[in-house]
Unconditional design. Structure first.
Length: 364
């Protein structure tokens, strides 16, 4: 795969100016860039929403219909842990202490994921080559969905605005079953890593052992404890994952798979037209920036512009630095993509899917 190089020509000095202003904000207010008691309190709440329903299922005799509701609640908590705790931690922004970030980042294992795979796909590929076709794997939906004009069109894509939402919920259950094994094989072969390349034996061993423990905890243990048919337990497991997967997928799609977000291709020599920071502005979209509930629950991932330019700053600060980023972008006559409400962003996303579902030959 050809190496991509972002332009270093930035006559306007956008990022230098922005970075200076953001640094000044933290210095003048005497606050750290990492999380604080607000984030730690929220982490406790998210873990509780995720794990307490599971504990109740295992220990309290309840009607079967209520077990399904508890599985949905657990799925909401699962997404909450992923967006608020795991995500910040694996960006080293949850805490100023490395061991805390490592510990909280390991929460991905109880979400059915893998730290190594996530850091390569997210920190290395997605954050470096955001929305670059063939490099940002978050845009790779195989042949089922067509997210960019660079993807080959298939006849079934003309219906994707209808069936896509059904597929979005499969995100985390794919992590649990197949995705992690496929990714690790591919990444280790390419010698990709966020930092030092791990020992292959240790890396594969961690993956296998963590999957065994995960499946034991969420499937085998309930089968041993509960007086329920095995298929009912699998349904509960699926419902939990589907709920989490749906939430996580929609949040991501609203941030990148939109008509407002550019999906550029590198030149033949691998060079990109814009500098890295300006590229982030043009390939990301914010939504519901003033909605307190959305800000709180999504872990600031609705402030995707700020997150991509400053991935090592905790999301609890995005609301404040967003004002700085937006003002600076406007001063330099650069785009700042934003939807005022989640509803408008969702409508725009599915309109974009409909656009990508049209036969390009008929559009020529």
């Amino acid at each position: 795969m050809k190496t991509i190089n972002f332009s270093r020509v930035n006559k306007a000095k956008f990022f230098r100016t922005l970075n200076k202003r953001v640094n000044t904000y933290f210095k003048e207010n005497n606050i750290k860039r990492t999380g604080n008691w607000k984030l730690y309190t929220k982490a406790t709440i998210m873990f509780s929403i995720f794990l307490l329903p599971f504990i109740v299922i295992l220990t309290v005799s309840l009607p079967q219909w209520s077990l399904l509701i508890l599985s949905i609640i657990s799925g909401i908590g699962m997404a909450g842990v992923g967006m608020n705790v795991m995500h910040d931690s694996n960006h080293d922004s949850f805490s100023s202490k490395k061991w805390v970030n490592k510990l909280m980042g390991s929460s991905i294992y109880i979400l059915a994921g893998n730290v190594y795979n996530w850091k390569v796909q997210h920190n290395v590929l997605h954050h470096t080559y955001t929305n670059v076709h063939g490099h940002d794997e978050d845009l790779d939906a195989g042949r089922i969905l067509r997210f960019t004009k660079h993807d080959e069109w298939k006849w079934h894509h003309k219906f994707q605005q209808y069936y896509s939402i059904l597929l979005y919920g499969l995100l985390t259950i794919n992590w649990a079953i197949t995705t992690d094994f496929i990714q690790m094989k591919r990444y280790m072969k390419r010698k990709l890593a966020y930092g030092k390349l791990p020992n292959p034996f240790v890396n594969w061993g961690t993956l296998v052992v963590s999957k065994f423990i995960y499946l034991t905890m969420w499937i085998i243990l309930p089968m041993l404890i509960l007086d329920l048919a095995w298929w009912k337990i699998l349904i509960g497991f699926f419902v939990m994952h589907y709920t989490a997967g749906l939430i996580l997928s929609v949040v991501f799609q609203l941030a990148h798979v939109m008509e407002d977000a550019e999906m550029p291709l590198p030149e033949k020599d691998g060079s990109m037209k814009n500098t890295w920071a300006i590229h982030q502005l043009k390939t990301t979209v914010n939504f519901s920036p003033k909605n307190r509930i959305i800000n709180w629950f999504t872990g600031g991932l609705n402030h995707q512009v700020e997150h991509h330019i400053f991935p090592n700053i905790s999301h609890i600060h995005y609301g404040k630095i967003a004002e700085i980023v937006k003002k600076t972008a406007q001063e330099f006559n650069l785009p700042y993509n934003e939807y005022k409400t989640t509803r408008k962003a969702i409508i725009a996303h599915f309109n974009y899917l409909r656009l990508m579902g049209k036969n390009p030959e008929l559009q020529a």
